[in-house]
Design a protein around this ligand. Structure first.
Ligand SMILES: Cc1ncc(COP(=O)(O)O)c(C=O)c1O
Length: 451
């Protein structure tokens, strides 16, 4: 028997089992509190309406019945909490996150308000699997203009981050009989895991000064052409041509992960590879660097032959991405606030990049800095023989989180010599502005302390 009580506009739903209502109620409440479904402080119906299970609830005259505070019960889980991934104290110069304090709260709130005021009720019903037409149209215009993408709104699928997009693509490739995705020998560790989780083999290909080496036999090739993650090189023009030729000749699919393509500083803008062969290249963009990773908003521009299957995979995965967030982003893009945000961040990150390179040059000239003409991270190459891991440990003792290049290495089965020496990947966008000076000082102190 299920019962629902409405308290101050909040429903309390409990599953009651058995015929003795008081005992069933007590047990259902205990279970709801124990599992955390009812948090400490949750307002409940009065104890007259509800049989109070002693110890689990508190009743105070005038303030109603509430769930009593109790010590937190650790939930067994092999997966670390996402919050555990970033240190609560200290400084963080690991790559991956932009400065989330630069999120355009005012513009986002105004866009959300406008979107809600003008959207018909139907906009809040189950929506289009591929994404709302408003957002797909806005994105198509933006991507064509800012990144040179051949973007037709009908070819766009809005996803919950690139992570989901890559999972959907992998699933579709697998269902078509694919077995292997070539990935750059250095990259985001999660992406190779996502590919593997869908039953495909991620086969690393070398990356040199011209970007990924093209030609490894595979069903698909995942690239970061504008700014290789994390080495920072740009895929050279001849490699772009080779990638497209490879796709034409083998029928392989190129997946272009354009995660930070908007952030370029003192080099010519590099347009999307997708424009060279829209029927062979999937373009993938994300709001994780330009706005915030917590939004979980990304977009694919697909070749016609993949559209139906990717849409079906998205439908099965989660129906569609949050309508409200899509409407808000559509407003932001249409009104120019998204461009303003990019410009503001580009300027701020460029200043940070300049401060980083100047400080390293001045304080630790033995460290070589690369990959800084674009993006939000730098590659710091250390003298031969330096123990990367030891540096990371010493930085941690100074309250600074750093990451070694080896964290991003995807070892290849071919016993190729390691082309990159000891290095650190420094995400200079991550700290909030007030913490950047201190983070830089700790970085330089750690690097200067050569033992
Ligand atoms: C190489 C690369 N691609 C894509 C992304 C964005 O992923 P998502 O959209 O899932 O946040 C990141 C974020 O760190 C990244 O490092």
């Amino acid at each position: 028997m299920a019962r629902t009580w409405a308290i101050a506009g909040v429903d309390l739903h409990l599953e009651l089992t058995g015929t003795r209502v008081r005992a069933a109620l007590e047990s259902a409440l205990r279970e709801a509190v124990r599992t955390g479904r009812l948090a400490a402080g949750t307002r409940l119906p009065s104890s007259r309406t509800l049989a109070v299970a002693e110890g689990w609830l508190t009743a105070r005259s005038g303030s109603g019945t509430r769930v009593a505070a109790r010590p937190a019960v650790p939930t067994p889980s092999a997966v670390p909490s996402p919050l555990a991934l970033r240190p609560a104290h200290g400084h963080d110069l690991r790559a991956g996150s932009p400065d989330v304090s630069m999120f355009p709260r005012t513009a986002w709130t105004a866009a959300a308000r406008r979107a809600l005021q003008t959207a018909p009720p139907q906009a809040l019903a189950y929506g289009h699997t591929c994404g709302l037409p408003e957002l797909r149209t806005a994105l198509a215009g933006y991507l064509a203009r800012a990144r040179g993408v051949h973007a037709d709104p009908e070819r766009i699928v809005v996803c919950a981050g690139f992570a989901q997009a890559l999972g959907l693509l992998s699933r579709v490739l697998r269902s078509r009989g694919a077995t292997t995705v070539a990935v750059e020998a250095y990259g985001h560790p999660q992406h190779a895991e996502i590919i593997a989780a869908e039953g495909l083999r991620a086969r690393p290909v070398p990356v040199d000064a011209h970007g990924a080496v093209i030609g490894t036999p595979a069903d698909a090739l995942l690239l970061t052409p504008a700014h290789q993650f994390p080495l920072g090189v740009t895929l050279a023009a001849h490699r772009r041509t080779e990638a497209v030729r490879w796709a034409h000749e083998t029928g392989g699919l190129v997946i272009e992960d354009d995660y930070d393509g908007e952030f370029r500083y003192d080099r010519q803008p590099v347009g999307a590879l997708q424009a060279l062969a829209p029927e062979h290249v999937v373009y993938a963009g994300t709001a994780s660097k330009s706005l915030a990773p917590g939004l979980r908003l990304a977009w694919l521009v697909l070749p016609a032959h993949l559209l139906e299957e990717v849409t079906e995979a998205k439908r099965l995965a989660d129906g569609h991405t949050s309508t409200l967030d899509q409407l808000t982003l559509a407003e932001l893009v249409t009104r120019g606030d998204y461009d303003r945000q990019i410009r503001r961040c580009r300027l701020a990150y460029r200043r940070r990049r300049d401060r980083l390179t100047a400080a390293l040059h001045r304080e630790v000239p033995h460290v070589r800095v690369a990959g800084v003409s674009a993006g939000l991270h730098a590659l710091l190459t250390l003298p031969r023989g330096t123990d990367e891991q030891d540096l990371v440990t010493r930085a941690a003792r100074r309250g600074l989180a750093l990451e070694a290049l080896t964290t991003y290495r995807r070892p290849s089965e071919a016993d190729t010599p390691e082309p990159y020496g000891p290095a650190l990947v420094v995400g200079y966008a991550t700290p909030p502005p007030h913490a950047y000076t201190a983070a830089l000082a700790r970085l330089c102190a750690t690097l200067a302390d050569r033992r």
